[in-house]
Design a protein around this ligand. Structure first.
Ligand code: GDP
Length: 439
């Protein structure tokens, strides 16, 4: 995400490296580079100029501390200014109303329906009862898509495929939500490929009729400056409450995230970073600035872990490790937990410094599949007591899992090392094992 922008900014900062101080003269070319990097990333020229003027002013006004280099100081200032540009803090969505109605708007293909599912999933995890309403009266496929998502996340979907009146469907959905004790109703609406008058009329009629607590505008961040223009048009008609930026996992230049807030004066509330149902994060301007600058986003990573990690399961595993009973079943369970948090590349990209390092590497989530297959081909006894695995058993497992004896052996070796490490941690309270790990 934002790779080309962060690489360019990095280069701009490098021009300051080795300089003892920030001065009018040595900062001029760096500021120009930063401005060019922003414009290249699709940030509107005026916005880029305003922000770089402020960066320059800040940089010249600050005392350079002995402990930081001018380059580091400038990185910090840029990060602060980008944060301000994107709105300082996260603005939560409104949970008012009974049911609490959330209306989702945006162009076709922006990721509306996917986001609708993700938001429902997130709210469900937070303990709210959710109903989804399919109000796309033009594309029967959209109704089916929402139903599939609903099934996947275990959330009920209200639809009337024969009804061509979106307002009526929405009103019936409200009644259904009330009758069935659903606290939140999320309404997915019809989009068009481009802004058109009829669509605008429909969505604004819908908004007027259902009076939602929250109207969100979903926009594909890969559409760059167009995203900003579309946002402005929707905002004029709908006066929405917040923006959802989707497809931030793609090769986006990031300009949309930086300009939308400034242009429409509405906060970005969520970001979407993949097709899976858990690839959703609250938008935090400071964390986004860190991502743009390639500084990673550990806080979001931890939050995702908290949302998806099962505490009960963690305690159970811990107990097993303490008793030296950690087996392949537990290993498999841990892998499942990891997968729930998102794709590997996504997760690794949030670690500081990793984003750039793995930018061009294709990390395939399927690479874990053989391991899973091997474990699944083991008998319960083999899973808890891998010692019993002799040549014949290994051969059977390799055959059953469609792998080779070598692969089975390799996994067994890795697993044995892991168990040894766990044993050592138990004995020394972790310190010695850690020392060993660090070499
Ligand atoms: P809608 O027409 O606005 O409802 O858009 P959809 O939800 O159907 O999404 C359009 C396409 O974009 C689908 O193929 C989605 O899987 C994909 N998509 C949605 N959100 C994301 C995202 O955050 N990242 C990526 N990579 N793909 C996404």
């Amino acid at each position: 995400m934002f790779d080309s922008l962060s690489v360019k900014l990095d280069r701009a900062f490098k021009t300051l490296k080795g300089q003892g101080q920030i001065t009018e003269i040595n900062i001029a070319s760096t500021i120009k580079e930063i401005r060019r990097a922003l414009v290249d990333a699709d940030v509107n020229y005026k916005v880029a100029k305003d922000v770089t003027d402020k960066i320059r002013e800040e940089a010249l006004g600050r005392d350079v501390l002995i402990s930081v280099s001018p380059g580091q100081l400038l990185t910090k200032i840029v990060s602060e200014e980008l944060t301000t540009l994107m709105g300082e803090t996260n603005v939560p969505i409104s949970l008012e109303g009974n049911p609490n109605i959330i209306l989702i708007s945006g162009l076709q293909g922006s990721g509306k329906t996917t986001f609708t599912g993700k938001l429902a999933n997130l709210m469900k995890k937070q303990g709210r009862t959710v109903l989804l309403a399919a109000c796309d009266i033009y594309r029967p496929a959209a109704i089916d898509q929402l139903k599939v998502l609903g099934e996947q996340i275990g959330v009920e979907v209200y639809a009337e495929p024969e009804n061509k009146d979106a307002v009526k469907i929405a009103k019936n959905a409200i009644k259904f939500a009330k009758d069935n004790g659903k606290k939140t109703l999320i309404i997915d609406t019809a989009g068009r490929l481009a802004v058109d008058e009829q669509m605008m009329n429909e969505i604004s009629d819908l908004k007027e009729a259902v009076n939602p607590a929250e109207t969100l505008f979903v926009v594909d961040s890969m559409t760059g400056q167009d995203a900003v223009n579309t946002a402005a048009t929707f905002n004029e008609r709908l006066n929405f409450d917040g923006v959802v930026l989707t497809k931030l996992d793609g090769d986006t230049r990031g300009g949309a995230a930086l300009s939308i807030r400034k242009e429409v004066e509405k906060p970005i509330k969520y970001i979407s970073t993949g097709e899976k149902m858990d690839a959703i994060d609250l938008f935090h301007p400071d964390r986004m600035a860190s991502r743009i600058l390639g500084m990673g986003d550990v806080v979001s990573l931890v939050e995702r872990a908290q949302q998806n990690y099962d505490e009960e399961e963690a305690r159970r595993i811990n107990k097993k490790i303490r008793k030296n009973q950690f087996g392949f079943d537990d290993f498999l369970a841990q892998m499942e937990q990891m997968k729930k948090m998102g794709s590997m590349k996504d997760l690794l990209g949030m670690i500081p410094g990793m984003g750039k390092a793995i930018k061009d590497i294709d990390i395939d989530d399927d690479s874990l599949k053989p391991i899973e297959a091997i474990i699944k081909s083991m008998t319960p006894k083999e899973r808890t007591q891998p010692e019993v695995l002799n040549g014949t058993r290994k051969q059977r497992i390799a055959k059953g899992s469609g792998t080779s004896i070598q692969e089975v052996n390799q996994l067994l070796k890795q697993f044995e090392q892991m168990r040894k490490m766990m044993k050592m941690m138990n004995k020394s309270g972790g310190k010695r094992a850690l020392a060993n790990m660090l070499g």
